[in-house]
Design a protein around this ligand. Structure first.
Ligand SMILES: *Cc1c(COP(=O)(O)O)cnc(C)c1O
Length: 479
C-alpha cells in the first residue's frame, strides 16, 4: 500500500456527505442523465454516491468502503490518490491550461507525450510507430481510425475500400462510429446502427462458440477464418480494415485462444487490409505489457488507446499511427481534414506523462507480467472449484468467470433469472465492485494491487459466490 500518496479527506467533510446522501440522490434523479442507465430502475433504488477513493478502495456517502476490482471503468491503473498526477495537472494549468495544435502551433506536453508513447511501442516486423494522433476518449479515437483508414485507401487510389470488419459483442465506444464498430446488439437497436460499410463476424469465445470436443487451438483458427470468409463474401477489394480488441473487455473479458491472432494477421496480410488493435483497455500494463500487440504476435497498423494512459485522472485518448499509414497520410496526404479542439490538450498530456513516469518508476508493468499477474491467475483460477463457477480465466490483470447451473453438463442459467446481477448485488453488499456481463463476472483491478490485496479480493469474491449460491438454493433455482 502506497501510504506516501494517501489523501484522506477531513472527517468533517465525510460526515457532511453522509447526511447528504438522500439530497444528492434526489438531485441526481432530478437532473443527471446517466450513461447506460435505466432511469426508472435507478430512481426506485437510488444511486450509490461515491465520494472519495484511495489506492484500490472507494468510499460511498454512507461511509462504506468498497474494494474497486474494476479500476473505476478499466482505467485507474495507477490506483487512486496519486498526488503526482494531481500536481502535474495543477502545474500545467498554471503554466498553459490550453492551447490548440491546429494552426501550426504545438505545446510541450503533447510533443513529449507523443515521443514517449512511440518509445513505449516496440517495432514489430516491418511495423513501427513514430506518430500519435490525440483525442479525448476511446470512442473519438475509433472515429479517427475510421477516418484514417478510409483516407489512407483514398490516397492510394482505392476509394472503393470502405468496409471495416469488426466482431459481434466487441466494444469500441459509443459515438456513431464507435457504436457501429462495436458489436453490441442492444446499441445497434437504438439509432439505426451500424452506419454503412461496417460489418461484423463472430467472436472468439471458446466457452460459448466452440464445438463439443473442439480444442482451444482448433477453435481459435476456425474463429479467425470467419474473417477470411467475410472478406471473400464482401470482395477483398472493398475491405479497408479489421478492428479488434486483443482481449475483449466490455464483452465479458473474452480471452482468445493463442492461435487466433496469428491467424488473423495471416489473413489481413494476405488481402492487404489494415489491422486496427483497439487497446483502450489492453494497453498500459493491463495485460503486463505497455501495448498488448507485443504479446499476441500481431503487427497492427493503427492502435486505439485511452483509459489507462492517464489512469483515468483526466480524459485522453488517441491513435498510435503505424508507419504504413503514416507514410501515406503524413508523407503524401496533404491536409487531413480531421481534428478535435482538445487534440493534444496540454493538461491531459501532462497528466499522462506523469502517469507513465510513475508506472515506470514503480515497475507496474513488469510487476503485473512477472509477479502479481501470475499470482492473480493462480488465485482467481482456483475459484473454478466453486460449484457455481464453470470457467475462471485471467490474462494479466483482467479476469472473468462464468456462473453455471451445472458444471459437468456446462449448462447455463436461464438468462431471465439474471444470476449475474444477483451476484453483482452480493458483491456491492459485501464491499466489492465486480461487473456482471450476462452471467460472466469480470474484474480489472488497479495494477498497484499487491499479493495480499489479491488474497483479500479473491476472498471477497468467494464470499459473494457463496451468498449467490445460497440465494439461488433458497429460491429453489438450484438443487
Ligand atoms: C472504453 C472503451 C472504448 C471507448 O472509450 P471511451 O473513452 O468510453 O469513449 C473503446 N474501446 C474499448 C476497447 C473500450 O474498452
Amino acid at each position: 500500500m502506497n501510504t506516501s500518496t494517501l489523501i484522506a479527506p477531513p472527517a468533517l467533510v465525510r460526515r457532511a456527505e453522509q447526511q447528504d446522501t438522500q439530497a444528492i440522490q434526489a438531485l441526481d434523479s432530478a437532473h443527471y442523465m446517466h450513461p447506460f442507465t435505466d432511469h426508472a430502475d435507478l430512481a426506485t433504488r437510488g444511486s450509490r454516491v461515491i465520494t472519495h477513493a484511495d489506492n484500490i478502495y472507494v468510499w460511498d456517502s454512507e461511509g462504506k468502503k468498497i474494494l474497486d476490482a474494476m479500476s473505476g471503468l478499466w482505467c485507474v491503473n495507477a490506483g487512486y490518490g496519486r498526488k503526482e498526477l494531481a500536481d502535474a495537472a495543477y502545474q500545467q494549468m498554471m503554466t498553459l491550461p490550453f492551447y490548440n495544435s491546429f494552426f501550426q502551433t504545438t505545446n510541450v506536453p503533447a510533443v513529449r507525450l507523443a515521443a514517449k508513447l512511440t518509445s513505449l511501442a516496440p517495432k514489430v516486423g516491418d511495423r513501427s510507430f513514430t506518430h500519435v494522433f490525440f483525442g479525448s476518449s476511446g470512442s473519438e479515437s475509433n472515429d479517427t481510425n475510421v477516418r484514417m483508414a478510409r483516407r489512407y485507401w483514398d490516397l492510394l487510389g482505392q476509394p472503393q475500400r470502405k468496409v471495416i470488419i469488426s466482431r459481434e459483442n466487441a466494444y469500441h465506444g459509443s459515438t456513431m462510429a464507435g457504436a457501429s464498430l462495436g458489436g453490441m446488439s442492444g446499441m445497434h437497436a437504438q439509432g439505426d446502427l451500424p452506419i454503412p460499410n461496417i460489418t461484423h463476424i463472430g467472436q472468439p469465445h471458446y466457452w460459448e462458440n466452440a464445438l463439443p470436443g473442439e480444442s482451444r487451438a482448433d477453435f481459435g483458427i476456425r474463429a479467425a477464418r470467419w474473417l477470411e470468409e467475410k472478406i471473400l463474401e464482401i470482395g477483398p477489394e472493398k475491405v479497408a480494415a479489421f478492428i479488434g480488441e486483443p482481449v475483449q473487455g466490455a464483452g465479458g473479458v473474452i480471452i482468445p485462444p493463442e492461435t487466433y491472432w496469428p491467424e488473423i494477421q495471416r489473413i489481413v496480410d494476405k488481402y492487404g487490409i489494415l489491422l486496427i488493435a483497439d487497446e483502450v483497455i489492453c494497453a498500459f500494463g493491463r495485460l503486463g505489457h505497455w501495448f498488448a500487440y507485443e504479446q499476441f504476435g500481431i503487427r497492427p497498423d493503427l492502435i486505439t488507446f485511452a483509459k489507462g494512459v492517464t489512469s483515468g485522472y483526466i480524459p485522453l485518448g488517441g491513435v498510435m499511427v503505424g508507419n504504413r499509414v503514416a507514410e501515406v497520410l503524413i508523407g503524401q496526404g496533404g491536409e487531413f481534414n480531421h481534428g478535435y479542439t482538445y487534440s493534444g490538450h496540454p493538461v491531459a498530456c501532462a497528466v499522462a506523462l506523469a502517469n507513465l513516469e510513475l508506472m515506470e518508476r514503480e515497475g507496474l508493468v513488469d510487476q503485473v507480467r512477472t509477479d502479481t499477474g501470475p499470482y492473480l491467475a493462480q488465485q482467481f483460477g482456483a475459484l473454478k472449484d466453486h460449484p457455481l463457477v464453470g470457467e475462471a480465466e485471467t490474462c494479466g490483470f483482467v479476469a472473468g468467470l462464468v456462473l453455471v447451473k451445472d458444471k459437468e453438463q456446462r449448462t447455463m442459467f436461464d438468462p431471465d433469472l439474471s444470476v449475474g446481477m444477483i451476484c453483482r448485488r452480493h458483491c456491492f453488499g459485501n464491499g466489492l465492485v465486480m461487473r456482471a456481463v450476462g452471467d460472466r463476472m469480470i474484474i480489472a483491478p488497479p495494477l498497484v494491487m499487491t499479493r495480499a490485496q489479491i488474497d483479500e479480493m479473491v476472498g471477497l469474491i468467494r464470499q459473494c459466490l457463496d451468498a449467490t449460491l445460497a440465494e439461488l438454493r433458497t429460491k429453489g433455482l438450484l438443487a
